[in-house]
Design a protein around this ligand. Structure first.
Ligand code: NAP
Length: 247
């Protein structure tokens, strides 16, 4: 299906690598101006790459877990661009441990980076978005937020929290033609999963009915659809893109 994309301003967190980078590149290819956020300079390289290909992009080095830094970035972005119309909350980290061994710091780091960050960006960007009367808020959660996973209590709670936030935003913002959805990837090959030992990867593969790991393109394609004009009647949903893991 050919998707319709009217050029808009999009912001992607965690755009420096992996899934976020693929989403940023895909949105830029549709003609959107893509604001690429990461913790390090990785976002500069991605924005420069998009610019070199003739697209529109700008890099913002922001720690998404810091509410003051996010608020300051939002203020600057709203002043410069008027409004962000497509927000993709993708930045995320893992700090895996069984609950008995997990420190308060490991819990809080994951909650603030994966969940509170989405609230900070929405809070900072939503007012001008409502004035545009068109918007897409897409949050990248995880299969772990759908079914839990031993060793990932912090991550599962954060990702399931994104689902609650998504359903609530869908209800609060529908009157302004703003949709809110979550995409729940299964096991996608990126830096985040590369660090896992081969035997763990082999075990995970046994639980994937489609018998392969996902690619960043598998996730970017779903985001592409939700961000398009054709995705405009879908809101408050969680879409698993996981090769069947969460069936
Ligand atoms: P990744 O390769 O590790 O990349 C993570 C990105 O998030 C990086 O660009 C990183 O910035 C950014 N980031 C992390 N903490 C940040 C912070 N405090 N402030 C700003 N940016 C921050 O991860 P990925 O595999 O692409 O995952 C992307 C999202 O998909 C995450 O939310 C993850 O939980 C979710 N997900 C991934 C999988 C998977 O199998 N890979 C499965 C389910 C869900 P730097 O580049 O500056 O480090």
């Amino acid at each position: 299906m050919h998707l319709t994309h009217t050029p808009r301003v999009a912001l992607v967190t965690g755009a420096g690598r992996g899934i976020g980078k693929a989403i940023a590149e895909r949105l830029a290819a549709h003609g959107h101006t893509v604001l690429c956020v990461a913790k390090s300079d990785s976002c500069v390289a991605v924005a420069n790459d998009i610019l070199a290909k003739g697209g529109k992009a700008k890099a913002y080095k922001v720690d998404v877990s810091d509410p003051v830094a996010v608020a300051a970035a939002c203020e600057q972005i709203n002043a410069e661009y008027g409004a962000v119309e497509i927000l993709v909350n993708n930045a995320g980290i893992t700090r895996d441990k069984l609950v008995m061994a997990m420190s308060d710091q490991e819990w809080n780091e994951v909650i603030s980076t994966n969940l509170s960050s989405a609230f900070y960006w929405v809070k900072g960007l939503v007012r001008p978005m409502t004035k545009k009367r068109w918007g897409r808020i897409i949050s990248i959660s995880s299969v772990t937020g759908v079914q839990g996973n031993a060793g990932q209590a912090n991550y599962a709670a954060a990702k399931a929290g994104l689902h609650g936030l998504t359903m609530t935003l869908a209800r609060e913002l529908a009157g302004r033609t703003i949709t809110a959805n979550a995409v729940a990837p299964g096991f996608i090959t990126t830096d985040m999963t590369e660090v896992l030992p081969e035997e763990v990867k082999a075990k995970i593969l046994e639980h994937i009915p489609l018998k392969r790991f996902g690619t960043v393109t598998d996730i970017a394609a779903m985001v592409d659809y939700l961000a398009s004009e054709e995705g405009g009647y879908i809101t408050g949903q969680v879409f698993s893109v996981d090769g069947g893991m969460a069936i």
